[in-house]
Design a protein around this ligand. Structure first.
Ligand code: SF4
Length: 325
């Protein structure tokens, strides 16, 4: 096992107004990640899927310890990274990289592409000089930016969104990490280029044996690349299983609603859309009982009082819903 996340929580304190400070001492929190557990195997693609506000991006950042967890453990290659000191964490970072959503903001506009990709090699003292440059040219070729010498000397401003995301991927892969957190890596890229970026990521996975924690709001994208998928809602995992199983036999009403929203590619064929009531609530005022109950079309007696646990209903398939306890 490469990564194990145990009961991870991340709460952000809510700033109080002057009046609120006078009236109450009670602190309020955004419970962005509210006690989730999962694992990722070596070379596996594991996707976290959910609407905006479900806590998936915060989970990715806490897993890399780009932000500190409130509680819980993140065990990477057998070591709890939540307890590592700064120096040890820096060493560990070589093996854990991130690809951000926005290819326009993730690259320094004043750095040439070659320098940007070479930077992690220098930071982690993997290579320098001629050797580092050779490694960068080779990586540029692998990510499809050819001729590599031309791209090495280019500035990000002269590249398209798809090319910039290829640079970001090259930068993440240059240290040969074991885990890459990919946070919506294709959502800001032209639709026509998305499949080619996903295919590139899968090719690199095959070549380097890297695992991905893939974060997306798009279940169709997750289906295309994932071995397993976890569905998140308001800071919790509500369903988790192998991709095929989840698509063939979704159990949680939220998963069913997300699946019903995926367009059918066959012309003339329609499927019934399961529409949800309202919007995802604030993570400050989480509904009691099942946090999905105000929107759930299947809600019944215990749902607004008792919070369902994530239970294994068949080997490797977990769901948190009173309909399946
Ligand atoms: Fe719906 Fe109840 Fe299941 Fe929650 S526990 S998803 S409200 S049926």
């Amino acid at each position: 096992m490469l990564l194990k996340v145990e009961n991870l929580k991340k709460y952000f304190p809510v700033a109080k107004t002057f009046i609120e400070r006078l009236l109450t001492r009670e602190e309020r929190y955004v419970r962005a990640v509210d006690g989730i557990s999962f694992h990722i195997e070596e070379g596996e693609v594991f996707s976290l899927v959910g609407e905006s506000g479900s806590g998936k991006t915060t989970t990715g950042k806490v897993v890399l310890r780009l932000i500190e967890p409130t509680s819980g453990r993140v065990i990477f290659q057998g070591r709890d990274i939540t307890s590592l000191g700064k120096k040890e964490l820096r060493l560990m970072r070589r093996h854990m990289q991130i690809i951000y959503q926005d290819p326009y903001a993730s690259l320094n506009p004043r750095m040439r592409v070659g320098e940007a990709i070479m930077d992690p090699l220098l930071i982690h003292k993997i290579a320098e000089g001629r050797e580092a440059k050779e490694m960068v040219l080779e990586m540029l070729e692998k990510v499809g930016l050819t001729p590599p010498e031309t791209f090495f000397n280019s500035y990000p401003a002269y590249l398209s969104g798809g090319q910039r995301q290829r640079v970001a991927i090259a930068r993440a892969m240059i240290t040969r990490p074991k885990l890459v957190v990919a946070d919506e890596p294709v959502s800001m890229i032209d639709v026509s280029l998305r499949a080619s970026i996903l295919d590139l990521m899968m090719d690199l996975r095959k070549e380097f044996g890297v695992a991905y924690l893939f974060i997306t709001h798009d279940l169709a994208v997750a289906k295309y690349i994932s071995d397993r998928i976890a569905i998140m809602y308001l800071g919790k995992i509500v369903e988790l299983g192998r991709t095929k199983v989840l698509f063939k036999n979704p159990l949680h009403p939220y998963t069913k609603a997300l699946l019903s929203a995926i367009p059918v590619p066959t012309p003339g064929k329609r499927k019934e859309r399961l529409r949800l009531k309202g919007e995802i609530p604030s993570a400050i005022d989480i509904p009691p009982g099942c946090r999905f109950h105000p929107r759930c079309p299947m809600s019944f007696e215990p749902c607004n009082k008792e919070e369902p646990e994530l239970m294994e209903v068949e080997p490797g398939h977990f769901v948190a819903c009173h309909l399946h306890t």
